[in-house]
Write a protein that binds this ligand. Sequence first.
Ligand code: NAP
Length: 482
Amino acid sequence: MQDIISKTPTQLYIGGQWKPASDGAQFTVYDPATETALVDVSNATVDDCLSAVDAAEAAGKIWSATSPRNRGEILRKAFELMVERKDYFAKLISLEEGKTYAEAIGEMAYASEFYRWYAEEAPRNLGQFSRSPAGNNNIMVSHKPVGVCLLITPWNFPAAMATRKIGPALAAGCTVILKPASETPLTALALAALMEEAGVPAGVVNVVPSRNSGKVVSAMLDDDRVRKISFTGSTEVGRILLSQAAQKIISSSMELGGNAPLVVLEDADLDVAVEGALVAKMRNAGESCIGANRMYVHSSLYEEFSRQLSEKMSVLKVGPGLEEDVDVGPLVNADTRDKVMELVNGAVDAGARILTGGKPLQRPGFFFEPTVLVDVAPDSDILHEEIFGPVAPIVSFETDEQVIALANDTDFGLAAYVFGKNVGRALAVAQKIEAGVMGVNRGFISDPAAPFGGMKQSGIGREGAHEGLLEFVETQYIAVEW
Ligand code: NAP
């Protein structure tokens, strides 16, 4: 895989130039499947990030004046290049993040689609014109690019979390500075090179990996020229960033943590529910914000559902993501693996039974066995915290009202899943669950054409769809007479 790494840039991308950090510092990116170093990447300083703001500010004047059609055509070209290069990107994603090659190809399909979608949205950034109800005013409304945007992304979907922000920002006429997660900066740097090839002018997209996240992000948020922060990551960090953004009252979009309930009603088709639960749980080895975190199964199906799910989980092959026939890759790092172990131990100490799995693999790499837990005590941490690992805790319930209350008993409200043959009843339950994105009789829900985002402490704003474009515009109203 050295060829994949050797063709990937490792320096900062600022103003259309590849540059080392101003103090020459670098940090190391590791392969979670082997725990070995992949390569060193430049570690942006505050000065580097402020020069990225200079570049984005300067480029903004030209980019916002570029016609929407031309902006769309550049995004379309970037989409085509991503499709053409999906094999290279999928291997790179797998190397730095751990997911299997098949899943990384899936991420590339999802990630590239944001460029295609926003290539089409760019010319549809429509305003409106109307006459006021009293007939004494003409109301003209237009959408202007918000300006220089700071984009911060997590490690779990290094391509998709970046394109889900860059696509709408560029379509709207904004310029961006992307600070990718330190675990996975390589995909973001490779994307910058691809964007340049697609015709994105210098300074429109800048990428500044940095291990000094808190410091560099604070400095950029303190700069009056930055008018927007779009963050995807934990609720804990989102809360810090929102309070910093409040100092300058800048537009803030937050895609934060989740604690998705998966509900299996008494009339559910068991095959559909088990298959959906497997998909919703095991995406990216469980490291997904919309991963099914807790499963609530009607008491009449509880035993059979648990048995079938553990049968399917127990035959999944765990191993390095780039090896053939592997179903589940490693977790991203030792901390993530240790936290999963801690949550499983806590649940077992409180009385849960392990039907399959339950521990890390004894080999290099941060592997954890696909795990099913039953008889989980209601106050176990595993039901209240994001597991971010391949562990399915299953709890039984009796009535729809009870399961709705259980599902909503959390500060989070990102995703939820409901399974039931009577779709009217399943929808009635789904509509009472406080979650921004939901699957009914399916475990796969992400779609670039649909608005994605959380309620409660899972976030503010939406990504994808037309809503995603509106996160990057200012609305201007003009009262006009002629
Ligand atoms: P994280 O620790 O919050 O980090 C996310 C990003 O913020 C990274 O780029 C990180 O940089 C940066 N960061 C960390 N501390 C910071 C600070 N004090 N100031 C400014 N930036 C800071 O989250 P993660 O571990 O990467 O990702 C997992 C979390 O993301 C989970 O909670 C998951 O649910 C959530 N997530 C949500 C969505 C969604 O759409 N709602 C999607 C994916 C993931 P470093 O890497 O350099 O620390």
